[in-house]
Design a protein. Sequence first.
Length: 457
Amino acid sequence: MNRIRKITLDEKEIPKQWYNLAADIKVEPFMSPDGPVPPEAWAPVFPMNLVEQEYSTQRWIDIPEGILDILSRWRPSPLHRAYDLEEAIGTPAKIYYKNESLSPAGSHKPNTAVVQAWYNKQFGIEKMTTETGAGQWGSALAFACSIIGLECKVFMVRVSYDQKPYRKLMMQTWGANCVASPSNETQAGRMILEKMPDTPGSLGIAISEAIEAAVTDKSGKTRYSLGSVLNHVMMHQTIIGLEAKKQLQKVGIKKPDVIIGCAGGGSNFAGLSFPFVYDKINGADIDIIPVEPASCPTLTRAPYVYDHGDTAKMTPLVAMHSLGHSFIPPPIHAGGLRYHGMAPLVSKAAVEGLLNPLALHQLECYEAGVLFAKTEGIIPAPETTHAIAAVINEAKKAKEEGKEKVILFNFSGHGLLDLTGYEKYFSGQLTNYDLPESIILENLEEIKDYPRPPVSK
Ligand SMILES: Cc1ncc(COP(=O)(O)O)c(C=O)c1O
């Protein structure tokens, strides 16, 4: 037996710095009607130590010792070689995946949740509010707040709240309070419920509610937390790609040929790929592919514009690919990929031609997820199946071309609490959603007079 299935790192080999792509790609400033938003304007929303990271253009940022200690509960994560999947496809490609499903909450999300909770605690904050789509992020923050000693309030997108009862029980177990969004607890929620009482909800709406709950708290000790999209969140996740680099080197691979990650707000994709985007900027030939659902095609069909990050327009304008802040994606089972926008850094990297985005339908993704479960053994989260479907396509392409490519992807989370989606898939109740161009145009109409970022595509 001389096959190495799992490439592991010692706890001491955990990266000691995060990589910040904002040092190498210029992101446009947040905008308000008065012009660019200065860091101080975020004070009621985020603690200033995290705001400082959000605005930083320093390439490497030290990870504090206290955070390294918490991360070492589940990091470094193993890099697996997917021998059985390769065999099932009959491909000469070598498929590697970072297994982020081994964290306490079952996904990559705790990599930033514990960091954000730690900085909030340092700043004297007592309570954090957030939104969650699939429930992965809400449970990650609930876990983080529990071990760091903060209160936690989660607004969970209605459709996921109904589809995934066990995620809210996880949050409850870790001591968080989780409600379905839109809720009656905020003005934003009440307004939307009045207009659309049966709405499945969206991440955009849940973000509005979570920000409102933080900024209206009179104690001044509550702040909001976002699980994706923002620069500092992308940066916290780069620990994934930095570990992967060391692990590939251990088996003599200088660079992967293809890197793949699913993209909702962009954080797991960024986490794996940004350290390699840095190499690509410096001349490496790597095909870097973010994969999104065809029903919420932000990178593949939406323009690069200025838009609000949330539905009730509580956030300033963000330069990103956006389907419009009022866009409510169809209720697909990959709840974590139902976001109208995309991380500014991922958006800008796409605009600069460093990425090759792809959109896939959910049936193809479930099929890929089932093949992965039957070969590699782990049942993927519906979001993760998007990456797997793209990996399978690339591996088939390598087979046709007879090329021994190295494909690296992010196994962003397991699907043990997402089995309702699998049940619907097996019983033939799931459908693909084709998003008509007219719906995209209708939602973009609302933002047509907003300022445009300098590089408009
Ligand atoms: C398992 C999993 N993968 C991917 C995502 C998408 O988020 P992001 O694009 O920020 O990684 C989510 C979001 O909830 C998730 O739970």
